[in-house]
Structures are given as structure tokens and as C-alpha cells.
Design a protein around this ligand. Structure first.
Ligand SMILES: Cc1cc2nc3c(=O)[nH]c(=O)nc-3n(C[C@H](O)[C@H](O)[C@H](O)COP(=O)(O)OP(=O)(O)OC[C@H]3O[C@@H](n4cnc5c(N)ncnc54)[C@H](O)[C@@H]3O)c2cc1C
Length: 511
């Protein structure tokens, strides 16, 4: 009863902060453009068409079933879309279409909508569903059947494949626990004569090709990825109108009903600055190339500056392909080589390192997943005096003594995204102000997954683990609470950027 009361109070306060509705953010697109908006879509469409016939590299794929040959006498090929929620620049769909064309079969896509997913709220679900609406529209133009199925994949997909008489199933790749379990369950339920294959459509270098083991850090994976880039950072062919029409059409999706039936927490509302879907992602990429990219190398650690790509929500939901992003940034950023290099380091090396960590470390989101030195040092300092102790509720409502921290928390709650530099400071302070590293880590993950549009992502688990448990980092000078885990403080932030300006921006910002 008491917990319910606390939960209701928390929801009320969050709703007061977010208004349970769309939030405005105008600052990220500020800056001057030299060409008219909309040029990127046209150029990319031409590039895709030129790449028609480009070979699908089999290293992007792994078979999950014994069966490898498409079942004869079947009625189509299915792409079970999960992590990569887009039509174009999607290697899993490209492969499914090539399989279907080789056998003169129709092509289908399905998405399994689960009623709840980790700490996601209406904010993330609405972003995802609006992106899927765009996918469904694009499919209808391309003569691809789009099915929105509701329920756990393991419960519904095998039966669906059997009823529709599909001859092969292709899916994409996600290294996180829940989606891996979905894949396992589907694998168990599929008929043994159905080939079931997984394509890593999210990473430029497929996770299993980049490395077959848990990497120690950026230093150990960078060379492996860089060596394979010429092989995998290729042009991406167009998914064109499918030449074989299906006799079985997908049930039309009642999107209003889908939205109203969601069982998720609606007190965290949508944000206005981030337009869901691939078109919104491409527009953000275009504005990054035109306006912000040139400042990336020098300004990316300044939360007052518009220098970041802001692309993580679209990358997270697979509404835009990281490979497309890096290709376009490299193609257009010839006069900003430093920025292009540091952006490629983040989008390719750091992001793919995060997938490596989650894929090869079952404890990717708890203290047991840290290196031994870090576990030991955190344990040695577990009983250290904490000058400030806050509850999850106080943190969630930005009620700490530190105005910079409160401003960062408010930025995340109001806008669905915290600046990348502040994310590190924010998580490290949670370690300092809670009673144990275990508690601190679970609060950081909870808040990040609940409010961030790009939450529930390998990058998020790795970001929290880096900040609190020192993964992918080294030991530093030992100090209270943190032990040898890297420390950050307010004074350090004031040396990097105008902290007061950032605090002012969020101190009074209203929903
Ligand atoms: C505590 C903490 C929590 C984080 N939570 C998330 C999260 O939930 N989702 C998420 O995508 N990222 C997370 N990050 C990583 C990073 O901060 C974000 O990727 C970045 O803020 C996203 O903004 P952007 O797209 O404007 O970044 P940009 O700087 O423009 O980078 C472009 C892309 O590179 C990748 N990238 C950038 N920095 C990192 C990094 N440090 N590690 C891995 N990939 C990176 C992302 O895909 C990002 O979209 C977290 C970091 C920390 C320290």
C-alpha cells in the first residue's frame, strides 16, 4: 500500500514535470544552413539505386537452425523485424528480399509488439509505433506485406509462420537478454525444416565478426573493427518494389486501437524535438551534416553547444542505419576531417564496443559484470561515509543540492535526452549519493531507461557501467566511495563549460 502511494506520488510529480505531453526543444537545430533542407533523401536514394546488385556479405548472417535451404512449396519469406525498424538500409530485409526473389516468392515483414518492455514508457512506445507506421506505409508501396502481431514472439511467431506457410525466417540482431531470449523461444517453436537466420543489421561490422570474445576496451577492439571496415562499410542497395505479390494480405493495423491498448506508464509523455521514424532520423542527420558536424571535434563536450548529432533515438530504434550515417558523414564532411574522425570513433568503435560487452557478458547491467579490480575497489569502499544520500524518488524529481545535476536530470525528464558529457557526471554522482554501488547502478539504469528516448540500449548499460563500475576504463588514484573508479566533480565541469548557463537553462524550464 505504502509503495503504491509512493508510486502514485512519483507519477504525479513526473507528470507535473513533463506535463504527460509533448516537450519542446528548439536549441539543437540552431545554426546556419548553406543548402536547402531535404537534399539528403534525394542523394541517398540515388546512391541506393546505383548500388543495386551489390552483394550481400554472408558474414553478416548466422544460421540459428539446422535447416539452411528454403522450404519448397512455401508461400513466402518472412523478415521478423525487431531491433532494426526501417525498410531502407536494412541488411536483414535486403537479405530476405534476395532470398524471396531467388525463389520467386512474396516478401513479408512482421513485428511482434509486446505490452511492456523493461522500464520503457509511453514516450519510447509512441516513438517506436510512429516509426512502425512509416514502415507499414513504405511496405504497402513496395508490395511487401506488413503484419503487426501482438504478444511474446515465442508464443505467436512459430504458429504464424506455420499458418502462413512461410519457407524461411530472417531476423535482426540484438545482444540484450530479453531479445536474445525471444530469439531462443522462436527457434524452439519453429518447424525443423524452416531455415531461421539472423543478420546483424545494426552494426557496421557484425558483432560476431568484430570479435569472438569480450573485449577489454576501445583500445583492444578499435584495430579489429578498423581492419574490417573496408569489407563492411560498403554502399547499401535499394529495397525496391517486390516483384512477387502475395495472395495473402496482412490484416490492416488499427493504430489508434494499438495506441490506446498500451499497458505502459503514460505519465512520461512524448517529446516534440524528435520526430519519430526514418524520415525524422534522416532530417536530423542532414541538419547534423549541415550545421553541427563542423563543431563536433571541439565542442562535443560542451552541453551548451549544439555540436552533437542527436541521432541516438533513431539509431536505438533502428529507424536509421549507423552504416548509412557514417557513410553520409564521411561523404559530406571532407572539410571537417577531425570531426568526422571523432564522430566515427563514437558511432562505430564505441557503439560496437557496447554491443560486444552486452553480447559476451551476461552481467552487462550489474556489478558482477565489472572487472575484478573494480569489484574489489568498490567493495573496499562500500562502507565509506556518504556526505549526501538521496532516495530514487528525490533523484527522479531532481531534488539534490547540486544544481548542475538537477538541471541534467530535468533535461532528460523534459526532453528525453541528456547531453552525452553530462550523462557521465550524472551517473557518477548517483554512485556517490546512494548507499551502495548496486543501488546506484540500478537507479541510474532505471532513470535512463525510463526517460531517455535512446534508453534500454547496450550503450546505456555500458555508459552506466563505465561511470559506476569502471568498465572499459582503467584504475585511477584511490579515493573515498569511488575507490579506483574514475571520479568527476562539479569544479571539473566548471573548467570545461559554462555550468551556470546550463543550470539557468533548466532551472525554470516548464513543461
Ligand atoms: C550514464 C550514461 C548513459 C548512457 N545512456 C545511453 C543510452 O541509453 N543510449 C545511448 O544510445 N547512449 C547512451 N550513452 C552513450 C552516449 O552518451 C550517447 O550515445 C550520446 O549521448 C547520444 O547522443 P548523440 O546521438 O547526440 O551522440 P553523438 O555524440 O552525436 O554520437 C553519435 C552516436 O555515437 C554513439 N555513441 C556516442 N557516444 C557513445 C558512447 N559513449 N558509447 C557508445 N556509443 C556512443 C551513439 O550511437 C550516438 O548516437 C550513455 C552514456 C552514459 C555515460
Amino acid at each position: 500500500m505504502a509503495a503504491e502511494k509512493v508510486d502514485r506520488k512519483r507519477k504525479r510529480e513526473t507528470t507535473e514535470m513533463t506535463g504527460g505531453k509533448k516537450q519542446k526543444l528548439v536549441s539543437i537545430h540552431e545554426g546556419k544552413r548553406e543548402r536547402e533542407a531535404g537534399w539528403l533523401e534525394g542523394e541517398v536514394a540515388a546512391l541506393r539505386r546505383e548500388a543495386q546488385g551489390c552483394r550481400f556479405d554472408k558474414k553478416r548472417l548466422r544460421f540459428l537452425s539446422e535447416a539452411q535451404k528454403i522450404k519448397q512449396g512455401s508461400d513466402g519469406v518472412l523478415y521478423w523485424m525487431a531491433r532494426d525498424q526501417r525498410v531502407q538500409d536494412n541488411w536483414a530485409l535486403i537479405h530476405a528480399q534476395q532470398l524471396a526473389m531467388a525463389e520467386n516468392l512474396p516478401l513479408h515483414i512482421c513485428f511482434c509488439l509486446v505490452p511492456r518492455y523493461l522500464d520503457s514508457t509511453f514516450r519510447q512506445y509512441a516513438f517506436m509505433l510512429k516509426g512502425l507506421q512509416e514502415v507499414a506505409k513504405e511496405c504497402s508501396v513496395l508490395d511487401i506485406q506488413f503484419h503487426l502481431l501482438r504478444g511474446e514472439p515465442g508464443d505467436i511467431l512459430p504458429g504464424f509462420v506455420k499458418d502462413q506457410n512461410f519457407g524461411a525466417v530472417v531476423t535482426d540482431f540484438n545482444p540484450l537478454r530479453v531479445p536474445l531470449q525471444w530469439v531462443e523461444n522462436v527457434k524452439k517453436g519453429l518447424q525443423p525444416d524452416i531455415p531461421f537466420m539472423q543478420v546483424d543489421a545494426h552494426n557496421v561490422v557484425p558483432c560476431w565478426e568484430a570479435s569472438g570474445k569480450l573485449e577489454y576496451g576501445a583500445r583492444t577492439i578499435r584495430g579489429k573493427i578498423t581492419k574490417l571496415l573496408p569489407k563492411f562499410l560498403t554502399e547499401i542497395p535499394l529495397v525496391d518494389k517486390h516483384p512477387h505479390t502475395s495472395k495473402k494480405t496482412a490484416e490492416p493495423v488499427n493504430w489508434d486501437e494499438i495506441f490506446s491498448s498500451l499497458e505502459v506508464d503514460r505519465s512520461v509523455g512524448e517529446v516534440e524535438w524528435a520526430k519519430p521514424g526514418t524520415a525524422g532520423g534522416m532530417a536530423t542527420l542532414e541538419s547534423f551534416i549541415d550545421v553541427r558536424l563542423r563543431h563536433f571535434a571541439t565542442q562535443r563536450n560542451n552541453p551548451n553547444s549544439a555540436a552533437l548529432s542527436q541521432l541516438s533515438p533513431w539509431v536505438h530504434f533502428g529507424q536509421i542505419s549507423a552504416q548509412r550515417v557514417v557513410k553520409e558523414v564521411q561523404r559530406s564532411g571532407k572539410n571537417a576531417s577531425q570531426s568526422v574522425a571523432s564522430f566515427t570513433e563514437e558511432l562505430v568503435v564505441r557503439r560496437e564496443l557496447a554491443d560486444n560487452f552486452c553480447f559476451y557478458n551476461a552481467n552487462y547491467d550489474n556489478v558482477k559484470g565489472a572487472y575484478e579490480w573494480a569489484q574489489k575497489t568498490l567493495k573496499d569502499h562500500a562502507k565509506d561515509h556518504r556526505p549526501y544520500l538521496y532516495t530514487r524518488e528525490q533523484l527522479e524529481n531532481a531534488k539534490t543540492h547540486d544544481q548542475l545535476w538537477n538541471a541534467a536530470q530535468r533535461q532528460m525528464v523534459l526532453e528525453g535526452k541528456m547531453h552525452g558529457f553530462l550523462r557521465m557526471y550524472w551517473a557518477k554522482k548517483i554512485l556517490e549519493w546512494t548507499s551502495s554501488p548496486e543501488e546506484g547502478l540500478s537507479i541510474a539504469i532505471y532513470l535512463n531507461d525510463r526517460y531517455s528516448l535512446d534508453g534500454c540500449d547496450p550503450n546505456g548499460y555500458v555508459g552506466c557501467m563505465w561511470s559506476i563500475c569502471g568498465i572499459h576504463d582503467q584504475g585511477w588514484k584511490e579515493r573515498s566511495i569511488f575507490g579506483k573508479v574514475r571520479y568527476m566533480n562539479y569544479a571539473g565541469c566548471t573548467r570545461k563549460f559554462d555550468v551556470a548557463q546550463f543550470e539557468r537553462r533548466y532551472a525554470t524550464k516548464k513543461a
